[in-house]
Design a protein around this ligand. Sequence first.
Ligand code: KG4
Ligand code: ZN
Length: 345
Amino acid sequence: MIILGIETSCDETAASIVTGEGEILSNVIFSQIEEHAPYGGVVPEIAARAHLEAIDWVIEKALKDARIEFDQLNGVAATCGPGLIGGVLVGSMTGKAIAAALQIPFIAVNHLEGHALTARLTDQINFPYLLLLASGGHTQLIAIHDIGSYEIVGGTIDDALGEAFDKTAKMLGLGFPGGPMVEKTAAQGILGKYKLPYPLKGRKGANFSFSGLKTAVRQKIEGMPAGKIPFQEKANLCADFQRVVAEIVEDRTINAIEVFKKRYPKGGALVAAGGVAANQAIRSALKKASSTANLPFIVPPPSLCTDNGAMIAWVGIERLTLGCTNELDFKPRPRWPLNEISRYH
Ligand code: KG4
Ligand code: ZN
C-alpha cells in the first residue's frame, strides 16, 4: 500500500509518501515561518495564500523524493480539520482532486488523530496507550483505546502549552515560533531566580491551566527595564518558566496515568505527541511520570512531533486497512475534537 498524506492545517505545507509497512519514502515540509514572523504569530489569510502557492510543488517533490508516480498511489489522505480553515480547504481540496482524478480512495484525516497515531508509525506500539498531546492549539491527556475511540482524561481550561511557550517568547522578544527559542534560551539560564506560580499542580484531576502563569511572566517582564532586558535575565526567566511547566506536566500526567491504569491495570504505554513534545524538559518530565508508574515511555523523533505529512499518510493507512474511507463531499471542519470522531466520521 502506498499513500500520499497532505497536511495544511496551520503554517506548514507538508506532503509525504508512506507505505503500508510504515516506511516513510518522503517527507516534505515547507514552513511558512518567515512569512508570519513579522507578525509574531500565524496570520490565517497569509497562511491560506502561502499554502495555495506551495501545495503543488510540495506534493510533486514528495512523489519525486519517493520515486513514486501518481498512478502507483493506493489512496490519498488529507487533513480536513481542525485548524485554520483556509489552509485546510487548500489541502483537502487538492487531496480530493487527486483521489478523484486517479479514482482511488480518499481519507479525511483529523489532524489530532495524526499526532495521536504517530507512535504507531515510528514504534509500532499496540493499543491502548495514554497520550499527552501538546501543541500550539491543544493540550490534552487522552486515552487512546483504538482507531476512532479516544477519551479525553484531561485538557486545558485556558491556554494551550505551546501557546504559553509562544507567548513567553513573544513577550521576551525571542522570535517566532517561541517554543524552540524558549528552550534554547533556557539552556543558558540559572534556575531559581524567578518565583512563578504552578497552576493546578497538586490538585485532583488531570486538567491544565496556563493563563495565570502567563500573567505572572508578563508581570516579571514589566518589572524589567523596557526594551533592554539583558540576555541573562531572559535566559533565567525562560529556565524558570520551563521548569514550572515541566513540573506541571509531570504532576498532571501522573494523575492521568492513575485513571488510565484503573481501566487498564496491565499493559499500555505513555506516549507524547505534538510540537511541545520536541522539548527536552517536557520529555524528561514525562519520562519521570511514566517510570513512577512503570509504563514504557514512547516519543517520536522531534521532526515527527511537529506538523508533517507522514502522520497524515499513516492515519490514511490505518483507516484504509480497516476500510474506513470518506466521500469526496466530506466537509472540512475548523473545530473537530478528537473525542467526537468515529471510524467513518
Ligand atoms: O504540533 P505543532 O507543530 O503545530 C500545531 O498543531 O500547533 O506544534 C507547534 C507548537 C508551537 O506552539 C511551538 O512553539 C511548540 O509546538 N514547540 C515547542 C518546541 N518545538 C515546537 N515548544 C517547546 N519546546 C520546543 N522545542
Ligand atoms: Zn499539530
